[in-house]
Design a binder for this molecule. Structure first.
Ligand SMILES: NC(=O)c1ccc[n+]([C@@H]2O[C@H](COP(=O)([O-])OP(=O)(O)OC[C@H]3O[C@@H](n4cnc5c(N)ncnc54)[C@H](O)[C@@H]3O)[C@@H](O)[C@H]2O)c1
Length: 335
């Protein structure tokens, strides 16, 4: 059982704390937020203690690991302080604003000999898990290419999300960073010398809001050392509504999956099979998408504990967090 502290008691922290309350692998002990009133209300809600400062949280000997769920501009200083204090870290996405910032966190983890993971919880959504199972069973033969896109229409009133000094970018840094990780997860580039897709080409556009440094659409063309290719697009100007869709094209077939709604399809010469994940779809309707987010966090905490224990784990590592930020930056010409 791992004991957690949580820094940043905002919107996603609600689902993190719900998952920690239900997890057999982890327990929440204390929280901290730059806004003390928010921290104490959150602490009361989840029956834990509020630490008045980050240092006070990190000084607690009863905490093994820290969830960093603040906006991205504070991920690096908080994660590095936690690692230096001997804590393991699970940091929300994007790991940092820039590849260099992310690299500093990785270096701190290596120096401290502590575990660093990135909150790419899409890996644990049922449609993605089913796709992974089908893919690994050889259902579509060897991978040839991946075609992926995600998007929604951003609300101009959405707080810090379109302030590049806080986030490091736009659509590719937001939902797009989950898409980049999902694509790289299946592209399977771990054996490469540089640890990321060998070739990355990208472009960005901004035709509506023109927020400085924030791409409204980001496009990537990736090719790994084995010659497999992936294309992806992340959009903030999706007129048709929210979508997150990935297609794995193999020599013998296609696996297609979407998130919200959760659906996985397998199409081969033998025909088409659909996997609907009815429980997830029902709970999504009854309790909103947040129910599935909590379920994915539960899985993520289990996998985090496995990583800390040195066991094989499906969780995104610090390196996975860095390579996603690196790819997003490459699209902006800043890698
Ligand atoms: N995994 C996912 O699917 C997912 C979904 C949403 C958000 N996120 C990520 O989670 C993080 C938080 O997003 P959110 O929507 O919950 O943000 P939010 O604005 O709702 O909450 C952020 C909280 O952090 C606090 N904070 C800010 N700076 C701080 C600091 N230096 N020290 C302590 N507390 C500080 C704020 O007071 C606030 O309470 C972001 O990195 C975001 O990208 C991930």
């Amino acid at each position: 059982m791992l004991h957690f502290g949580l820094v940043g008691c905002g919107s996603i922290a609600q689902q993190r704390a719900q998952a920690l309350a239900a997890s057999p692998a982890a327990r929440l002990r204390a929280v901290h937020d730059a806004d003390p009133a928010r921290a104490s209300a959150f602490a009361q809600q989840f029956h834990v203690e509020a630490a008045p400062t980050l240092d006070a949280l990190l000084a607690r000997p009863d905490i093994d690991a820290v969830v960093v769920s603040t906006p991205p501009d504070s991920h690096a200083p908080i994660a590095i302080a936690a690692l230096n204090a001997g804590k393991h870290v699970l940091c929300e996405k994007p790991l940092a604003r820039t590849p260099d910032e992310a690299r500093h966190i990785l270096d701190a983890a290596a120096r401290a000999g502590r575990t660093l993971a990135t909150g790419f919880n899409f890996r644990f959504y049922p449609s993605v898990a089913k796709a992974r199972e089908l893919f690994q069973s050889g259902a579509i033969g060897p991978l040839d290419h991946i075609r992926a896109s995600c998007g929604y229409r951003i609300d101009p009133a959405s707080g810090w999300l379109h302030d590049a000094s806080i986030t490091g970018g736009g659509a590719l840094q937001d939902n797009g960073i989950h898409l980049i990780d999902t694509v790289l997860h299946f592209l399977g580039d771990a054996s490469e010398t540089h640890g990321h897709a060998t070739e990355i080409h990208g472009h960005t556009t901004s035709s509506l809001h023109h927020w400085p440094g924030c791409e409204e659409n980001g496009f990537l063309l990736l090719r790994n050392a084995q010659g497999r290719v992936a294309t992806l697009q992340a959009s903030w100007t999706e007129w048709a509504g929210y979508h997150f869709r990935v297609e794995l094209h193999g020599a013998l077939g296609l696996i297609r999956f979407t998130c919200f709604p959760m659906l996985t399809e397998l199409i081969t010469a033998q025909g088409r099979q659909r996997f609907y994940h009815p429980h997830a779809n029902l709970m999504e309707k009854l309790k909103s998408y947040r129910w599935i987010v909590v379920q994915s966090f539960l899985r993520e905490f289990e996998e985090f504990a496995r990583l800390v224990a040195g066991q094989p784990s499906l969780i995104a590592t610090g390196h996975d967090g860095w390579r996603a930020v690196h790819a997003a930056a490459a699209a902006r010409g800043r890698a």
